[in-house]
Ligand binder design. Structure first.
Ligand code: ZN
Length: 591
């Protein structure tokens, strides 16, 4: 009797667990289906409250809309963020797939950070350069998939709001920083050419389009007048009155810095921890550089006496000499093109990760994109997935002999290899291929910059550690110089905004202690005053990936496999490293 009872009970229990199991499985997928649906709704709504951002991402349904930056718009954007947070609460997080879990975190962070930016950071009050419409109008004009007439109609509607936009901008500005006011004058003056040249040229090309042409010409004139009025106001009324008592300090201070850092980088470390780590790392890198310079001394300087008491001087003499080994200006693009297959071959023969999609076209940077970086990756946006990926390299045709020489000394034979690892293989380009394999519109819009840059910086170190370049000392020395730039970006950014670092200290850090050219250091000092936190993303992501690798190596001991680590890490897409870490540690303890 007892045994029958037990048997029955166990059958019932079994049935229960089976039932639950089935139901769980069904719920899990239902939960994911409804979360996938929600993501679509979220993105649609996101574009409605941020139409300009939509145009940048290649979503052109709201190209005709220009929101006035007033209180109503901010309330609209904040209530959208509140609604998003409420909607997220409806999902059972544990039942989501790994891809959806990371998307969940990214959406949540978007909502919280958008509330932070609108109600606490408030750069709409103190950054006059945030009212620059040039790029936005260019995105609409440049969308060549749409007929010119349609683009011009959208531009016409958008232009109608420009005068009110700038009236509101003037009302918003309150105690701006001197630096951002100067930036605004420079950038918005530059943007005028989009209105006065690009749009006008397109209008000429459009031929006869009757009433549209007349209306557009009138709205364009009004818009240009409004922009010029804003510029005149900044130049004549705002800037002359800005001194230390009534302008805002460009340094955002520790409390605000911590908040911004947590939203922008989503790191598991605090800014203070990252700063401290960067200081330690800088000392370690300098020691390694000194040891290399010491070994290379006889090769380059023979019996010349070493400046032994001045480590930096000795390192910089060696760097300067090695930098003379560079390609001819005419073969810069060719040199890069030839190197990509070698990098792919190294990654494959050393079993570092699989490179299924090898297509990467190295091209000369299109003329309209030139001017900023010498090399960059152009990846298709989320709405243009089938477009090709390019590695853009700017040829040195337009450089004077002197500046070409200076540029080539920086990107000498050794540094060029590090650059190609970072930008292309196995850096940005490879990461992109992996993230496209688990396509997530959320990750392509809200992807984590620290993970993306951190991976490229990690790739440089990993390649050299695995023997790329046969441990040639010159290559290691140049790698360290490059790595020091990443480390010093962090020290500089935190130093300026939190610790009050001044110009003199910044220049000493970059030029004497990190071997940078004066022009490069000047540009960095400027960038660090105009932005906050972004300069930390490279080192933060790199450090997090290195720590994660150590942790997994320790956990798996002899079973650790570098290729598996790389492929699994990249399979989560451009999510913050701290969430990838959670998922990887979980899956390793399960397996
Ligand atoms: Zn990069």
């Amino acid at each position: 009797m007892k045994s029958i009872y037990l048997l029955l009970l166990s059958l019932i229990l079994q049935a229960c667990t089976m039932g639950n199991g089935e139901e769980d499985g069904r719920q899990t997928s239902t939960e994911n289906i409804s979360f996938d649906e929600y993501k679509q709704v979220f993105v649609e709504e996101l574009w409605k409250v941020n139409p300009s951002w939509a145009s940048y991402e290649g979503y052109h349904a709201y190209d005709s809309i220009l929101l006035i930056p007033n209180e109503d718009t901010r309330v609209l954007q904040m209530s959208f963020a509140d609604t998003v947070l409420m909607n997220l609460e409806k999902f059972d997080f544990d039942k989501l797939s790994e891809n959806n879990k990371t998307d969940f975190y990214l959406i949540e962070n978007y909502a919280r950070s958008s509330l932070f930016y609108l109600s606490e950071f408030k750069s709409w009050e103190w950054n006059p350069a945030s009212y620059n419409l040039g790029g936005n109008f260019f995105q609409v004009l440049d969308y060549t998939d749409s007929p010119l007439y349609e683009r011009l109609s959208n531009i016409n509607l958008k232009l109608m709001n420009v005068p009110e936009y700038y009236i509101q901008a003037k009302l918003n500005i309150d105690k701006p920083t001197k630096e951002h006011t100067e930036l605004a004058i420079e950038q918005i003056t530059g943007s005028l050419s989009i209105f006065q040249n690009n749009i006008v040229d397109s209008l000429d090309k459009a031929g006869s389009c009757g009433d549209l042409k007349i209306a557009l010409q009138k709205n364009l004139n009004n818009a240009v007048t409004a922009i010029q009025d804003y510029l005149g106001w900044l130049e004549n009324d705002v800037l002359p009155g800005l001194d230390s008592t009534n302008s805002r300090d460009f340094r955002i201070g520790e409390e605000m810095y911590n908040r911004k850092f947590s939203f922008d980088l989503q790191s598991m470390y605090s800014p203070k921890e990252i700063y401290k780590k960067a200081i330690d790392e800088k000392a370690a890198v300098l020691d390694s550089m000194y040891a290399i310079a010491d070994s290379l001394w006889p090769k380059y300087f023979g019996i010349l006496k070493k400046p032994e008491l001045d480590k930096e001087k000795m390192i910089s003499m060696i760097i300067d000499t090695i930098s003379n080994q560079h390609v001819h200006p005419d073969s810069f693009v060719t040199a890069i093109r030839q190197q990509i297959p070698e990098l792919i071959k190294f990654v494959e023969t050393h079993n570092l990760l699989s490179m299924q999609d090898k297509k990467l076209e190295v091209r000369e940077t299109p003329k309209y994109m030139r001017g900023v970086a010498g090399a960059s990756i152009s990846a298709p946006g989320p709405y243009d997935k089938n477009a090709a990926t390019y590695y853009n390299v700017t040829p040195l045709d337009d450089y004077s002999e002197e500046s070409a020489e200076s540029y080539l000394k920086e990107y000498n034979n050794y540094m060029l290899q590090i650059l190609n690892i970072h930008e292309a293989v196995p850096g940005h380009y490879t990461q992109l291929i992996y993230s496209n394999q688990s396509p997530s519109i959320i990750k392509s819009i809200l992807g984590n910059g620290a993970m993306i840059e951190g991976w490229a910086v990690y790739a440089e170190r990993m390649m050299l550690e695995e023997g790329y370049g046969n441990n040639q000392l010159e290559l290691w020395l140049m790698y360290y110089k490059w790595n020091l730039r990443t480390i010093c970006n962090t020290i500089l950014d935190y130093g300026i905004h939190v610790k009050g670092m001044n110009r003199e200290e910044a220049m000493d850090l970059l030029i004497r202690q990190a071997f940078q050219q004066e022009a490069e250091a000047e540009a960095k000092w400027r960038r660090a005053r105009l932005s906050q936190v972004q300069l930390c993303s490279y080192f933060t992501g790199y450090y997090e990936i290195m720590e994660l690798r150590k942790e997994i190596q320790k956990q798996m001991e002899n079973d650790f496999d570098l290729r598996e680590f790389h492929e699994e890490f990249l399979s989560y897409g451009s999510a913050p490293v701290k969430y990838i870490r959670q998922l990887m540690l979980q899956s390793d303890s399960n397996s």
